[in-house]
Write a protein of this length. Sequence first.
Length: 316
Amino acid sequence: MRLRTIKFVLLSVLSIAVLWAIDCPADNAVQVDKRIFLPDGSPNPTYGQEIITGLCACLDFDPALSVTDNTLTLTVRGVDNEPIRGIEVNIYNDSQGLLVYSGYGSIGKGEKFENTTDPNGSPADMEIMANEVDDHVKVLAYSRSKAQTSGDGVEGELFHLTYGVPGGVGNLPDTLHFAIGLSNVPGTSFQNAIMNVICSYPDSNNIAALLVPTLGVDNSLGIPTEFSLSQNYPNPFNPTTRISFGLPEAGHTSLVIYNVLGEKVAELVNDELGPGYYHYQWNAKSFSGESVSTGVYFYELRTNSGVFRKKMVLLR
């Protein structure tokens, strides 16, 4: 398939873009018609010609990975400028086998595929599955009831691909690279048999580099005897820094970033944690994925036993 207009967007938590969003104008997708014969057996008059297949759909990865002690979740987002009827993508990474899907991972629908309807607007289910094939994971979303997305041109989550990390997240590199090697996105307009409205996605020439948060208890240090919040390192920093703290007992814990105006910028953790030493990374991005500006920021650790604060400096 060759596109009249191709706009690749490399979105990375390591970038310093002002605003994170998928650039996906409602241009026409164009592909070469390779059908020699039509369904009725007659010769195809448009064989070998470029045909307009519909309005563009675009894919990209969420700029932030989500991790637990033994899993890592990659979220794929999309813009559907017209309704789409499913997806077929092959997702590659450079973890050198540290990320494993078969027997460990799972696949889940995002809101775009959760809220699908049939062409008449009645609720219809979109099924989704994934399989590990050689060096990639193939994700397939499809419907037996003519389900399609809203086609509202608004960016949203398509699916969440969770890998198992048998060796533990602590053994992963600081950065992982992801790319899509195959992408088929069928739309609903024109001729469905040849329809593919995909216009941009992070392929092998536009690999997405995503920061891996450091998460979990550092068992090698044992259990701390008191609550502690360490100075971030490095400080000053650009674009990432590591924040460590110690919990002598279990309880609800939050780690929040504030700017000098006291406005909440980001939240690194808000969960029940057990006793131990914890390490998190902040990529100098806000809740919306926007890169924050140079300046002084404060990070606050809040537990059942008290509140701890420290200052850090971001230098772009």
